[in-house]
Design a protein around this ligand. Structure first.
Ligand code: COA
Ligand code: AMP
Ligand code: ZN
Length: 431
């Protein structure tokens, strides 16, 4: 039942002891990085000042902007000790990069294997990983976890929908890792191919990387004839394997031996009690190359500390309820409006306004970018405008990693936005 019985059956008190010991070690380790050396000096703190878990509140927060601005300054080891990097959100300049040592990769694989095992995955299972490989953490993160557990792991990657179905048929896939909206979209492809997913030996799916509802989960479970478990993670904390549902499906256990969880009011930064939604803040407890202290995730959720029938003392978080910033997730890819703005404003043909509309057709996310084109360019011929549209689409795809539908409109026809957020209209809940 437990992958790591020693850790998974710790009493709450023993778990706190372990956390304190690891927090102290993490702060000592982090203080060797240029970034935290500076931050701790500014806060007048020494690693030995951390004497209780509550002392974590004396430590400074870390934000995505810090990572963007100071990436390599977070490292506590020389380059020779690093074996991998992953990056998220933004391909040019703005990406946040996380570096891993060999020990970090192993610890991460161990956490993902533990998460998968908790739901009932066992050696002998055939695991089809349908997340993007490459810089996304969902692909390689789960891949290593699946192999670690002993699954026959199929690195299917994202896209190629008919091929995905064929792989499931040919190799008798039993376990899936899939983005929830894509799982529902793929049902159309199953129907076109005359295949009923319930006739396949599928029994477990891990769904995550984007917000989804209980209703969506139940629909996936019914249509595929399997149990679907919510999986939460973020690149800054390795990737997937931060918080995971157990068979009770009553919230996601945070692996608190590896991550110190705080839930804070995003405005006052005061700690919140169980059941109240706030911002999730994590501190790495076991990372070697790039430990992060009090990382503000911008994800909103609440936590529960009531006992779970599965016997694990690790606290559970609710579904992610939203974000405190303007990041949007399309097809499992994180996008900041700033990225869209940067691409558009670099083009001389683009006038001042643009509008991004998000919709969902057959569970497929569609991003429509309406762009005002300057009068002088609008007078050009149709061939020119078609070429411009193509260039814009390619420039956006290259920055965002998803393909938008670009619509060119005449100048001053879009609403003038008074704030950045107004440039994005999300209609995905209405469909
Ligand atoms: N996951 C997997 N495949 C997806 C998908 C998703 N969330 N959304 C769409 N697709 C499929 C499409 O159905 C299409 O399949 P087809 O080849 O059978 O036609 C294919 O991917 C390309 O879709 P399209 O909408 O034309 O592509 P795009 O250029 O807008 O996006 C993706 C390309 C889907 C590959 C890209 O969005 C992606 O890699 N998404 C997954 C991200 C991920 O793994 N996140 C995890 C983060 S940890
Ligand atoms: P990335 O850094 O690319 O791995 O993306 C991490 C972000 O994806 C998180 O901060 C969340 O906003 C979102 N995310 C990941 N898993 C989930 C999940 N299970 N439910 C909702 N959002 C999620
Ligand atoms: Zn449980």
């Amino acid at each position: 039942m437990y992958w790591d019985p020693e850790v998974e059956t710790l009493t709450p008190e023993k778990l706190r002891d372990l956390q304190l010991q690891r927090l102290q070690a993490t702060v000592a380790r982090a203080s060797q990085s240029p970034f935290y050396r500076e931050r701790l000096r500014e806060a007048g703190l020494q690693p030995q000042d951390i004497r209780s878990l509550e002392d974590v509140r004396r430590l400074p927060y870390t934000t995505k902007d810090d990572l963007r601005a100071r990436g390599p300054d977070f490292l506590t080891v020389p380059t020779e000790r690093l074996v991998r990097l992953h990056a998220s959100s933004g391909t040019t300049g703005q990406a946040t990069v996380i570096y891993y040592t060999r020990a970090d990769i192993e610890a991460w694989a161990e956490l993902v294997a533990r998460s998968m095992y908790m739901t009932g995955v066992r050696p002998g299972d055939v695991f089809q990983n349908m997340m993007g490989y490459g810089l996304f953490t969902g692909g390689l993160g789960f891949h290593y976890g699946g192999e670690r557990l002993g699954c026959l792991t199929i690195p299917a990657g994202a896209g190629n929908s008919r091929r995905q179905v064929q792989l499931m048929q040919q190799f008798r896939t039993t376990v899936l890792h899939i983005i929830p909206s894509y799982a529902l979209y793929l049902l159309n492809v199953f129907a076109e191919m005359g295949v009923d997913p319930r006739d396949l030996p599928l029994r477990i799916a891990f769904i995550g990387a984007e917000p989804h509802t209980e209703d969506m989960r139940r629909r996936i479970e019914a249509a595929y004839g399997l149990k679907a478990y919510n999986s939460y993670g973020l690149s800054e904390m390795n990737g997937p394997g931060v918080a995971f549902e157990c068979p009770e499906q009553n919230g996601m256990h945070v692996w608190e031996d590896a991550f110190l969880l705080e839930v804070v009011d995003p405005n006052t930064l005061e700690p919140l009690p169980p059941g109240v939604v706030g911002e999730l803040v994590f501190t790495n407890l076991t990372r070697e190359g790039m430990p992060l202290i009090r990382y503000r995730t911008r994800d909103l959720a609440s936590y529960e500390d009531t006992p779970c029938p599965c016997g694990r003392a690790m606290r559970r978080i609710s579904r992610i309820q939203g974000r405190t910033d303007d990041m949007i997730i399309i097809k499992g890819v994180n996008i900041f409006p700033m990225q869209i703005e940067k691409v558009l404003m670099a083009l001389p043909e683009v006038h001042t306004n643009y509008l991004v509309e998000l919709s969902r057709r057959d569970y497929n996310d569609i991003m429509t970018v309406k762009v005002e084109v300057k009068e002088s360019f609008f007078k050009e011929d149709l061939k020119y405008l078609t070429g411009l549209k193509k260039r814009l689409t390619e420039a956006l795809k290259s920055e965002l990693l998803v393909t938008p539908v670009v619509e060119l409109v005449e100048p001053n026809t879009l609403p003038v936005s008074e704030g950045k957020a107004l440039r994005i209209v999300d209609r995905r809940q209405e469909t």
